[in-house]
Design a protein around this ligand. Sequence first.
Ligand code: AMP
Ligand code: GLY
Length: 423
Amino acid sequence: MRILVIGSGGREHALVWAISRSPLVDALFCAPGNAGIAQEATCLPVAAEDIDGILALCEREKIDFVVVGPEGPLVAGVVDRLAEKGIPAFGPGAAAAQLEGSKAFTKELCARMNIPTAGFGRYSDPAAAKVWVREHGKLPVVVKADGLAAGKGVVIAETLEAADAAIDDALEGGRFGAAGHELVLEEFLTGVEASFFVLCDGKNALPLVSAQDHKRVFDGDEGPNTGGMGAYSPAPMLTAELEAQVMKEIIYPTLVGMADTGMPYKGVLYAGLMLTETGPQLIEYNARFGDPETQVLMTRLKSDILPAFIASHDGVLDDFALQWKDEVALTVVMAADGYPGDYARGTVIKGIEAANALPGVKVFHAGTKAGPNGEILANGGRVLNVTATGATIAEAQKRAYQAVDLIDWPEGFCRRDIGWRAV
Ligand code: AMP
Ligand code: GLY
């Protein structure tokens, strides 16, 4: 088969790496890819959001199956557009991708299907939103833009003044931009966060393994939120009992609610969970794999992932099983100095080959590009994902940091405590 992966991050490098091992693959393409992906697939210079460009590429290269990495093209309907051309793809259509694209949509589904989640209100009038905050009466309160906001759409307000400011900011076209025409207010949940991934085919759900992300930029979970600074799998706090509870109380009601309203959900469903004293609660859904969680998931996967993606599209996941390694996997994100704020591009990175040569280590590329002489240059905020396996989290962590220390990139940094919660 001729396969196209859409995207250019560490998540897509991990997907390409996993798919490249499939005996079903005759040719593997990535649009647009990065310097690491280019070592395992043919990268073509078409942006992930350029749906017309993607369609043209698929016809030109006679693509048999497409795997979509990021949320932008999913929410914009790339899977529907491909289907119109008869090209099957892994991922939800635009209607089902609203589970990520609209927080209000997801909260209404939760209310209808009795899915455990934080109490909420949705508003487009700032005065009414401020009344909810006062009547609700508990601080902190969470203020969220309705639409996609690239991870910047959430404010946790500790005071009434901060809540009012976040509401004004969101609804008056401030920091959330176009994503903020409507907002969702939520009760603040306390507990431990975990990411849980399920492959879906419209009616059946195949749970993958759990992972733990590290959202804050600095050690000790300090500093601003990022796309994710490191991850490990499995997340020991998400026990088998809790997983079963999540499937029963959150995932299946979601699939039923989506199918009943004519939007059967296909693709990977990424549930952001809060494990609270009263049980798991849904914080949010994403319609895609997590980044960097995918890097640890694909590292632990023993089976061929491609047939699972095809079965998701074909609606036949019911008799499907995937095999996982018993090992732990852990990934450390190396980012450009200044991330998640402003950072420089074009700095030179050395030592990736030495790091890759360590046993049990794989360096996935995120924001990289090849320089004129084949050198690797930083080309984004999150740049490398140094991933290692081990019998324990401590062992995987030790190996990952040994590999990090072989990478020579003075303009980059990483957290030194990935995995702390579990070590
Ligand atoms: P989201 O974009 O909805 O995942 O929110 C980003 C982060 O904000 C989450 O990973 C949580 O750390 C935090 N968060 C979002 N909603 C809540 C909530 N209702 N209670 C507590 N923390 C939350
Ligand atoms: N690592 C968080 C995300 O992919 O949204």
